[in-house]
Design a protein around this ligand. Structure first.
Ligand code: NAD
Ligand code: LMR
Length: 333
C-alpha cells in the first residue's frame, strides 16, 4: 500500500503529475491538495481504471491534514512559476512562504514521508523544508529530495538529438549535478551512457551545456507569459517519484541525481566535498535510493577539466542560494 500526495495538484505541473501518478500501479491512494479546484481534478482522475483511490481536498475542514495523513510520499509543485522577465529571486519572495507553510503541515501530519520538492527556486526551497523540519524536530536528511530530474531529462534528450538517434532518448542517461538553476546545473556529458561523437566541436559542446543550464528559459520564452515547463516537469517528477516508490518497496540499486542534504550520508558527502573543494549543506549528485531514502551519496568520479570549471562556477552560487533558504526560516520563524 503506497499513499502519494501532491501539494499544488491543480496547477500546470500538478494536474499532469497527478495523472501520471494515477497511472502508477504501485500507488494505492492518491491525495490531491491545492487552494483551488482539487475536487474536480480528483473526480476526473478517479474515473481512470488504476488502483489508486483519489481524493481531492481544499484548505477548509483541515484539508491539508486529511490529505497528508498516512502519506508515504509527498510531492510539492505548489507555487508561482516564471514568466518572461521574472527571476528566481522574484519567485522566492512568494514561494518561500508557500513552501514553509506546506512543510509545516508535513512536519505535523506526515513527518515520516519522503518529500520531493519541485517548487522553485529548488536550491533555496529544499533548505527551507529542512529548516522547518528541524524546528519541529522531525528532520531526516535521508527523506528530503529536491527534484532535479528535468535537467537529466533535458540533457538526455538533447544528447540523443545530437547523436541523431532520438529513438534512443529514453535509454540515454546523463548525470546532472549541482543544483537546479542556471550555472548551478552541471551536466556531466563525459559520463553520458551514450557518448557524444568526437566530431562535436568545443563550441557545440559549450552551446549544449548552456542549453541544458537554461532549458527552463527556452520553455518560458516559448510559452510567452503562460508560465514555465509543466508537462516535461510532470514527466520528470513522476519518473523520480516512481524510483523513490520502487526503492521504498525494497528494490535495491536504484541510482538517480537529486538535490539532497549532505547529512544524509556523511561519509559519501565527505568524499564529494573533497572533489568539490567545498563543503555544501545541499548538493545534487547521483544518489542511491533505498527503503529509508538516501542510502549513499555518490562522488563525481572522473570529470573533464571543462566540467571541473563548471563545478567551480556552481559552488558559490549554490552557497548563496542555500543560505537564502536557511536564513529565511531562521530569521522569520
Ligand atoms: P501553477 O501556477 O500552474 O501551479 C501552482 C499551483 O500551486 C496552483 O494550482 C496554485 O493554486 C497552487 N498553490 C499555490 N499556493 C498553494 C498552497 N499554499 N497550497 C497548495 N497549493 C498552492 O505553476 P506550475 O507551472 O505548476 O509551477 C509550480 C512550481 O514548480 C513553480 O514554482 C515552478 O517554478 C516550479 N517548477 C520547478 C521545476 C523543477 O525542475 N524543479 C520545473 C518547472 C517548474
Ligand atoms: C525549469 O527548469 O524549466 C523550471 O525550473 C522552471 C523555470 O522557471 O525555469
Amino acid at each position: 500500500m503506497v499513499k502519494a500526495v501532491v501539494l499544488g495538484a491543480a496547477g500546470g505541473i500538478g494536474q499532469p503529475l497527478s495523472l501520471l501518478l494515477k497511472t502508477n500501479p504501485e500507488i494505492t491512494a492518491l491525495g490531491l491538495f491545492d487552494i483551488v479546484n482539487t475536487p474536480g481534478v480528483a473526480a476526473d482522475l478517479s474515473h481512470i481504471a488504476t488502483p489508486a483511490i483519489v481524493e481531492g481536498r481544499l484548505p477548509p475542514n483541515d484539508g491539508l491534514k486529511a490529505t497528508l495523513t498516512g502519506a508515504d510520499i509527498v510531492v510539492i509543485p505548489a507555487g508561482v512559476p516564471r514568466k518572461p522577465g521574472v527571476t528566481n529571486h522574484d519567485l522566492f519572495k512568494i514561494n518561500a512562504g508557500i513552501v514553509k507553510d506546506l512543510a509545516t503541515g508535513i512536519a505535523n501530519f506526515a513527518p515520516k514521508a519522503f518529500v520531493l520538492v519541485i517548487s522553485n527556486p529548488v536550491n533555496s526551497t529544499v533548505p527551507i523544508v529542512a529548516e522547518v523540519f528541524k524546528k519541529h524536530g522531525v528532520f531526516d536528511p535521508k527523506r528530503l529530495f529536491g527534484v532535479t530530474t528535468l535537467d537529466v531529462v533535458r540533457a538526455s534528450t538533447f544528447v540523443a538529438e545530437i547523436n541523431g538517434a532520438p529513438t534512443s532518448a529514453p535509454s540515454v542517461v546523463v548525470p546532472v549535478i549541482g543544483g537546479h538553476s542556471g550555472v548551478t546545473i552541471v551536466p556531466l556529458l563525459s559520463q553520458s551512457s551514450h557518448p557524444l561523437p568526437s566530431s562535436v566541436s568545443t563550441e557545440a559542446l559549450a552551446a549544449l551545456v548552456k542549453r541544458i543550464q537554461f532549458g527552463g528559459d527556452e520553455v518560458v520564452k516559448a510559452k510567452d507569459g503562460a508560465g514555465s515547463a509543466t508537462l516535461s516537469m510532470a514527466y520528470a517528477g513522476a519518473e523520480f517519484a516512481g524510483k523513490v516508490i520502487r526503492a521504498l518497496k525494497g528494490e535495491k540499486g536504484i541510482v538517480a541525481p537529486s538535490f539532497v542534504a549532505q547529512a544524509a550520508d556523511p561519509e559519501g558527502a565527505k568524499a564529494l566535498a573533497a572533489e568539490l573543494g567545498a563543503e555544501l549543506e545541499f548538493f545534487a549528485s547521483n544518489i542511491e535510493l533505498g527503503k529509508e531514502g538516501v542510502v549513499k551519496i555518490h562522488s563525481l568520479g572522473k570529470i573533464t577539466e571543462g566540467e571541473s570549471l563548471l563545478v567551480k562556477a556552481a559552488v558559490p552560487e549554490l552557497q548563496t542560494n542555500i543560505k537564502t533558504g536557511v536564513t529565511y526560516v531562521l530569521e522569520k520563524y
